[in-house]
Design a protein around this ligand. Structure first.
Ligand SMILES: [Zn+2]
Length: 92
């Protein structure tokens, strides 16, 4: 996904602007990132350069969960909408 495309993306549910956390990028291309909606708290990952901006019922959480775990996030399975649990607090 081209970086400049980010500005045009919004939450497919409520059209809010998304907050983006980039994990892997290559020149102007974003390969892995996490987008979150400040309005509904849903998250939308970018996996293999593809933004997963689709309605809840079409999401594949088995596939997404694997990537999220690698990024250090946990899927909130109790939530009705796709949300992440707060990052595990560091025990320092
Ligand atoms: Zn939203």
């Amino acid at each position: 996904m081209q970086k400049q495309l980010l500005k045009k993306l919004c939450c497919p549910i409520d059209k809010s602007d998304l907050e983006v956390q980039i994990f892997t990028e290559q020149e102007d291309e974003i390969l892995e990132a996490l987008m979150t909606c400040p309005e509904c708290n849903r998250f939308f990952p970018v996996i293999y350069g593809l933004p997963i901006l689709i309605p809840d019922e079409y999401r594949d959480f088995d596939m997404e969960g694997e990537v999220l775990t690698r990024w250090g996030f946990i899927l909130d399975e109790k939530s009705e909408t796709p949300q992440l649990l707060p990052e595990a607090s560091t025990t320092e």
